[in-house]
Design a protein around this ligand. Structure first.
Ligand code: PLP
Length: 369
C-alpha cells in the first residue's frame, strides 16, 4: 500500500526574517503569507512527509503536466479571525477536502486523506496567525498539480499538493454595498460547462478559458459573467459563484430557485449547500430546478422578481441588482430598496457571518483551530 498523508510526520521550517507589519490590513491585497504547506506524491511511494516551509518559488520540470495539459485543480476557502482576535476558524473544511479529492480524481491526480490535511492546515494557520486580520479573514488556496515529465497524456506519476493564503477584500459591508451587475452571453457562442463535462469540479481548466469573457464583461461595466446553457439559455451560475433567485412563481407561490447539481452545469458550492440548509430551516420554499433567462425576463415584466444573490466563498452573499440578457432589455431586480437589502439576502448574510466568525456561538459548521 502507498503511504498516506500523515500529520504526525509534519516537518516545519520557519522563515528567518518574517514579514514585518503592525496590522495585516496594511498589506496589499493579494499578499501571500510567510509560510506554505507542501506535500509531494509519487506513484511508487505514495504521499511524502508533509512540510510547512517559508513561501518560495517552485522549480518545475518544463515538461510538467500542469504546464502542458492543465493537470491541476484547486480549492477556495477562507480562514476567519474572531472580533476578540483570539480564535481562528475555517468553514466546513471537510467539504473542501472532499471536493478537492473529487476534482483530483476527475483529472487523474491521486486522492489523499483530507482530515490529515486539515490538521496540517490548522498548524500552518496558527504559525501565520498574525497574517489574518482581527474580525477579518484571509483567502486560503489549496492547489494540486501534476509535476512529472508529461509527454504522453496519462495520469501523472508525481504531483504536489500545496496551500497558500492571500490577503483578500474584507467582508462586505451591506450599508455601502452596490448590488452586482451581471452580463450574460448567448449560450450558442459561449458555454462554461456542459452535461458530462467537468463543471462540477474545480479544475483550472474551467477558469482559464473564461478569462476573455470576464474581461469583456468588466470592460462593458459589469461585475461578473452569468453563464447560460443550452437552446433555452438555462441560468446556471456566475464565473465565481452560485446564483439564487427569489420570486413569485407562475402559480403565484413565493419560492427561492437555483440551478440543480445534476447535468454538471455548476460547481457544488459549499456556500450554496449551506444557503439551502439555512433557508430550509427558516421555512422558505427552496427549489433546485432549471429555469431560463426568458423565465427571468417574464417574471421581471410581471413584477414577480423579489431578490437575487450570488453566493460563494469569495462573493459570500452578494445581492444582484441587474442582469443583462443576451437579447432585450436589462432585467432589474429590486434587491436593494431604500438602502435595505432583500429579506433573504440579509438573513443569510447575518446568519452566515455569525457562523463563520463565531463571535457569539460555535456552530458545528465551523472548525475552530
Ligand atoms: N461556482 C463557481 C464557478 C465558483 O468558482 C465558486 C467558488 O467560489 C462557487 C460556485 C461557489 O463555491 P463555494 O461556495 O464552495 O465557494
Amino acid at each position: 500500500t502507498l503511504a498516506e498523508i500523515d500529520f504526525s510526520k509534519l516537518k516545519i521550517t520557519k522563515k528567518i526574517n518574517p514579514t514585518k507589519f503592525n496590522d495585516p490590513n496594511e498589506l496589499p491585497l493579494g499578499s501571500i503569507s510567510d509560510h506554505m504547506v507542501v506535500i509531494d506524491y509519487d506513484s511508487d511511494f505514495g504521499w511524502h512527509d508533509p512540510e510547512i516551509i517559508p513561501t518560495e518559488d517552485f522549480k518545475l520540470d518544463p515538461a510538467a503536466s500542469v504546464l502542458h495539459y492543465a493537470i491541476e485543480c484547486f480549492e477556495g476557502m477562507k480562514a476567519y479571525k474572531s472580533k476578540d482576535g483570539k480564535s481562528i476558524r475555517t468553514f466546513r473544511p471537510t467539504e473542501n477536502m472532499n471536493r478537492l479529492n473529487n476534482s483530483s480524481t476527475r483529472i487523474a491526480l491521486p486522492n489523499f486523506n483530507g482530515e490529515e490535511v486539515i490538521k496540517i492546515m490548522d498548524k500552518w494557520l496558527e504559525i501565520d496567525s498574525k497574517f489574518i486580520p482581527i474580525n477579518g479573514h484571509v483567502y486560503v488556496r489549496p492547489n494540486h498539480i501534476g509535476i512529472n515529465n508529461c509527454f504522453g497524456l496519462k495520469g501523472p506519476k508525481r504531483s504536489r499538493l500545496y496551500i497558500i493564503a492571500a490577503q483578500s477584500k474584507s467582508a462586505l459591508n451591506y450599508d455601502n454595498f452596490t448590488p452586482l451587475k451581471l452580463y450574460s452571453n448567448d449560450s450558442k457562442s459561449h458555454v462554461r460547462a456542459w452535461p458530462g463535462g467537468f463543471g462540477n469540479t474545480k479544475l483550472g481548466a474551467n477558469y482559464g478559458p473564461t478569462a476573455v469573457a470576464e474581461a469583456t464583461c468588466i470592460e462593458k461595466g459589469f461585475d461578473l459573467t452569468l453563464w447560460l446553457f443550452g437552446e433555452n439559455n438555462i441560468v446556471t451560475e456566475t464565473g465565481g459563484s452560485n446564483l439564487f433567485i427569489s420570486w413569485i412563481n407562475d402559480d403565484g407561490i413565493k419560492e427561492v430557485v437555483t440551478c440543480p447539481l445534476s447535468s454538471n452545469l455548476i460547481l457544488p458550492g459549499i456556500t450554496r449547500k449551506s444557503v439551502i440548509q439555512l433557508l430550509n430551516l427558516k421555512g422558505e420554499k427552496i427549489v433546485e430546478k432549471e429555469f431560463t433567462i426568458d423565465d427571468l425576463i417574464k417574471a421581471s415584466k410581471e413584477n414577480r422578481l423579489l431578490e437575487a444573490f450570488a453566493c460563494g466563498t469569495y462573493f459570500f452573499i452578494s445581492p444582484i441588482g441587474l442582469i443583462r440578457p443576451p437579447k432585450g432589455n436589462d432585467i432589474k431586480i429590486p434587491t436593494k430598496i431604500n438602502n435595505q437589502w432583500g429579506e433573504i439576502s440579509k438573513y443569510l448574510f447575518d446568519n452566515l457571518s455569525e457562523i463563520m466568525w463565531g463571535n457569539t456561538t460555535n456552530h458545528e459548521w465551523c472548525h475552530k483551530i
